[in-house]
Design a protein around this ligand. Structure first.
Ligand code: NDP
Ligand code: GDP
Length: 344
């Protein structure tokens, strides 16, 4: 008999890629989404699976609808991907972020404990929990030093997942994932701001793109590679914590340079701090400027992960390099902006 998977956050980037993977493996996929989901089915439509996922309305702030959902759907595997996931927004909405990203996971865990404790549970943890990391690369044993309300809320959820594993012997696995992107990434994240922004400059919709800290470094992978790791974690014999990462960090500045080449811009940088500008050497046109609005009250400057445990125990490794990722995203946003597609 086919297994049933429940995915919270189905309307988000990872929800879409994970649903596609699980459907290809013969799962029945229940997609939990808010009634007011921002993109509802758009990402599922993009991947051609909108009709194959069974929607279930669920708000993580509300315990009763979570318990009803677990009772009615009786999932074998539950992937908790729902979150207020944008670090910047978490500084403006710390309480809401804790309610959704932190306590939302606790509500879900309590419902599973009471109704369906045999289900396997995946918690979408994040490298943001390492924050101002004391060592590099970060792995499952690196101390957590979160720097944002988002990181703190995620660490709360992570600790609860570990606690339910230890206290109740539930199969609760935490995937500590480094940044992963795709053409379906939310537009507020820096990779997508870069590829959409450059496409809009190229097609004449705006004069230049504004960014914040160009020197931040992230370990960027492709979301489609990472959802495969999530699934492998829940097939593993034991629940545990696993880092998924590429093992290489790239600066925002370099991501701009790679993506820009796809738009026929050759970026040269000049100035410093908020006066930094990125100029296209071919046309002499200023393509990138800094807007301090995009700076954060506390920044995580440098994250890079070691996926050694996932490689050894799950046989997982990333397939897509950051260069391939940037090119893929740039080409897709070039096409979308050219054709006036704004759905994602
Ligand atoms: P997205 O922001 O694209 O998706 C988040 C999802 O959560 C959306 O479907 C959103 O629905 C849903 N959601 C938000 N608030 C609620 C709520 N109150 N009740 C129910 N659902 C809600 O994130 P990603 O797909 O990129 O990431 C998936 C998960 O992995 C997130 O938890 C994220 O924090 C975590 N993560 C992501 C990383 C990355 O680089 N992408 C790295 C490490 C961890 P709606 O459409 O209604 O807003
Ligand atoms: P995060 O790692 O989850 O915070 O993912 P983001 O994509 O939001 O940000 C990654 C890094 O890019 C952070 O260090 C940001 O400070 C930096 N950054 C620089 N400019 C921007 C920008 O314009 N938007 C965003 N979102 N981040 C930016």
């Amino acid at each position: 008999m086919s297994k049933t998977a429940l995915i919270t956050g189905i309307s988000g980037q990872d929800g879409a890629y994970l649903a596609k993977l699980l459907l290809s493996k013969g799962y029945r996929v229940i997609g939990a989404m808010r009634r007011s989901a921002s993109l509802a089915l758009a990402r599922l439509e993009y991947l051609g699976i909108a009709r194959d996922v069974e929607p279930f309305h669920c708000e993580l702030l509300e315990l009763t609808n979570i318990t009803r959902m677990i009772e009615r759907t009786k999932p074998d595997e539950i992937y908790n991907l729902a979150a207020q996931s944008f670090v910047s927004a978490s500084f403006d909405q710390p309480i809401f972020t804790v309610e959704v990203t932190g306590l939302g996971a606790v509500r879900l865990l309590e419902a599973i404990r009471l109704i369906n404790p045999g289900a396997r549970f995946y918690q979408a943890s994040t490298s943001e929990m390492f924050g101002n990391a004391s060592r590099s690369p970060q792995d499952e044993n690196t101390p957590f030093r979160p720097r944002s309300p988002y990181g703190i809320a995620k660490l709360m959820a992570h600790n609860f997942a570990v606690n339910y594993r230890e206290a109740y012997r539930m199969f609760c696995t935490s995937g500590i994932l480094f940044n992963h992107e795709s053409p379906l990434r939310g537009r507020e994240f820096v990779t997508r701001r870069i590829t959409v922004g450059l496409a809009e400059v190229k097609h004449g919709h705006r004069g230049h793109l504004t960014l914040g800290n160009l020197d931040a470094r992230r370990d960027w992978g492709f979301a489609d590679d990472y959802v495969e790791g999530m699934w492998r974690m829940l097939q593993h014999a034991e629940a545990s914590d696993f880092v998924l990462a590429t093992g290489a960090a790239t600066s925002v500045r370099r991501f701009v340079e790679i993506a820009a080449r796809q738009f026929d811009f050759d970026i040269a940088w000049s100035g410093s701090g908020t006066d930094t500008i990125g100029t296209d050497t071919k046309s002499g046109r200023v393509v990138v400027r800094i807007d301090p609005e995009h700076y954060r009250p506390a920044e995580v400057h440098d994250l890079v992960g070691s996926p050694a445990k996932a490689a050894a125990q799950l046989g997982w490794r990333h397939k897509t390099s950051v260069d391939e990722l940037a090119v893929m995203m740039a080409l897709e946003d070039d096409r979308r902006v050219r054709d006036g597609i704004t759905a994602y």
